[in-house]
Unconditional design. Structure first.
Length: 549
């Protein structure tokens, strides 16, 4: 019957059916194999015959025939993914059954040309090359598969990240090319920026290499941002700074570790001891508004809120103030700032650095301790005799700098009034600029509202309206808690800049009767310690002339 068929394709398909009968009816796989091969001879594109050869040859463990069959299937199909699939099967046979690694390697590489996403083929390539310790060809394999995947339209970024990561490991471990490893890891991080284990690997290979200190520093900064309570990143960055001979930066980082109560090794402790001093370094020049915004202000210190409360302070300072008589203060209690006292000298020097043209009055009250904004009319500070006559220069510097910062118009009300009052002031500001609000009627007899209405007029009222609209939007209030915390943190930063001592800063916070934000001393110190190792703080110190070296 088969010989009587004129069409070669028909004869070929009939031979496949006959081959199936040899297996199913007569249990003769050898005769079936011959018949399938005869079918391929009749019609070379008979994929069904080739597939049967591959299957039956595998059952017979005739691996040479299996490998050839899958390779033939890869030639017969036009679909790239199918070509890759067949080539991978053929290469698997060559590698695992025939022990022909070079032949398998060529097949896997060819498969990757047709389908670069086949990680199983790539893993086989890398395994063969690793076994052969052929690192140069392994590098080329990585570069090729990366290039093929980058050119594809639907590449999975996670796949590219893995490929770049493995290439980085190759450069780092086997080829010992640190610069290339750093580049590869950076490419991986572009796709998976939250892979902090890759960042740590970069630090491991860069922190001892002078050429790559900058990379080590950058990655340690990223790790510190991700895990701000992890002391090892601060310690390692401090040691990188020492190797870079950045003495002041290293000093600040090791000082922060000590302030957290961590034990330092002998080298770090000795390094700190070289620069510790009981004398506060005077700040050179003036801390201008640009410096404050760029280097000192804490996150959350909203510029619109600052401007809004500066306007409100101008209207409410007298309303919120108290007369000196209420505190029992008389003219003789006014502190003469021409006296050669450590406190007075610090007061004048800090005031000059913060740009005060006229310093607030100082009033001595025997039953007070420390330095507080007395909310006086006219505004001024009340100081206790212990603080006024104290010789603890750094403690004085911290308290004076903090209080003079808080005395500024934007922060004055937040210093002397609780959060609930601040919320109330903002509601009144809303009523002032939105007189059609129902709540506005509630303030018709309110003394604070009357003071605001009287003093905030013309351009100032329009400026207040724009600020309130920006802050409140369609709401009737704004959350002020984070802003108050940011004010307090910024004031503590200012104190640190002038005293330059974290232990003194902790002493001063412990001595405060209460905090503006009601946070514990530990939480406020934690925020200050984090600032003391920040890039902003380290960059500001040389500008103010307070670096240790």
């Amino acid at each position: 019957l088969i010989r009587s068929l004129d069409d070669a394709r028909a004869r070929s398909m009939a031979l496949v059916a006959l081959g199936n009968d040899w297996i199913e009816k007569f249990n003769d796989p050898g005769r079936a194999m011959d018949t399938y091969e005869e079918a391929v001879t009749e019609w070379k594109e008979n994929t069904r015959a080739v597939e049967r050869i591959a299957k039956v040859a595998a059952e017979l463990r005739d691996w040479r025939r299996v490998g050839r069959a899958y390779y033939t299937l890869s030639v017969l199909t036009d679909d790239p993914k199918e070509k890759a699939e067949h080539l991978i099967h053929s290469s698997d046979v060559a590698r695992k059954e025939l022990w022909e690694a070079e032949k398998a390697l060529a097949g896997y590489r060819k498969a990757l040309e047709f389908d670069p996403t086949r990680l199983d083929a790539f893993k086989a390539v890398t395994s063969i090359l690793v076994d052969a310790r052929d690192w140069e060809n392994l590098e080329q394999a990585y570069l090729q598969v990366i290039a093929d995947n980058q050119d594809a339209d639907d590449t999975d970024p996670r796949l590219l990240a893995v490929l770049w990561e493995k290439l980085g490991d190759l450069y780092s471990v086997h080829l010992e090319r640190t610069g290339d490893a750093v580049f590869a890891y950076e490419q991986a991080l572009e796709h998976v920026p939250d892979r902090f284990d890759i960042r740590e690997r970069m630090v491991d290979i860069c922190e001892e290499d002078e050429e790559h200190f900058a990379t080590a520093s950058e990655q340690l900064r990223q790790l510190m941002a991700a895990e701000p309570r992890e002391a090892q990143w601060i310690d390692r960055l401090g040691r990188v700074y020492l190797r870079k001979k950045k003495i002041d930066e290293a000093y600040c980082l090791f000082r922060a570790l000590r302030a957290q109560g961590l034990d330092l090794d002998q080298k770090a402790a000795g390094f700190l001891a070289r620069f510790d001093s009981k004398i506060a370094r005077p700040i050179k020049g003036q801390i201008n508004p640009s410096m404050m915004h760029r280097y000192i202000y804490a996150d959350g210190l909203s510029k619109p809120l600052n401007e809004c409360f500066a306007l409100l302070n101008g209207a409410l300072d007298e309303w919120a103030g108290e007369s000196r008589r209420k505190f029992g203060l008389r003219r003789r209690d006014r502190v003469d700032i021409s006296e050669p006292l450590a406190f007075v000298n610090s007061y004048k020097n800090v005031g000059m650095s913060l740009g005060y043209m006229d310093l607030p009055d100082l009033w001595l009250k025997s039953d007070y301790s420390g330095l507080v904004n007395g909310a006086l009319v006219p505004p001024g500070f009340i100081v206790g005799p212990e603080k006024l006559s104290s010789g603890r220069e750094k403690h004085i510097a911290f308290v004076v700098a903090k209080q003079l910062f808080l005395f500024m118009p934007s922060f004055y009300l937040a210093t002397i009034r609780p959060l609930s009052d601040l919320q109330g002031f903002f509601i009144r500001a809303l009523a002032l600029v939105r007189p059609d609000m129902p709540i506005a009627d509630n303030f018709s007899k309110d003394s604070a509202f009357k003071a605001m209405k009287k003093k905030i007029r013309g351009d100032e009222r329009e400026a207040l309206r724009q600020l309130v609209e920006k802050l409140a939007g369609d709401n009737d209030e704004v959350v002020l808690g984070p802003w108050v915390e940011a004010i307090e943190d910024t004031a503590n930063r200012m104190g640190l800049l002038f005293c330059d001592d974290l232990s003194v800063a902790r002493d001063c916070l412990n001595e405060e009767p209460q905090s503006m934000s009601q946070r514990s001393v530990d939480k406020r110190m934690r925020a200050l310690i984090d600032y003391s190792v920040s890039e902003k703080y380290l960059a500001l110190r040389p500008q103010l002339g307070i670096e240790v070296a």
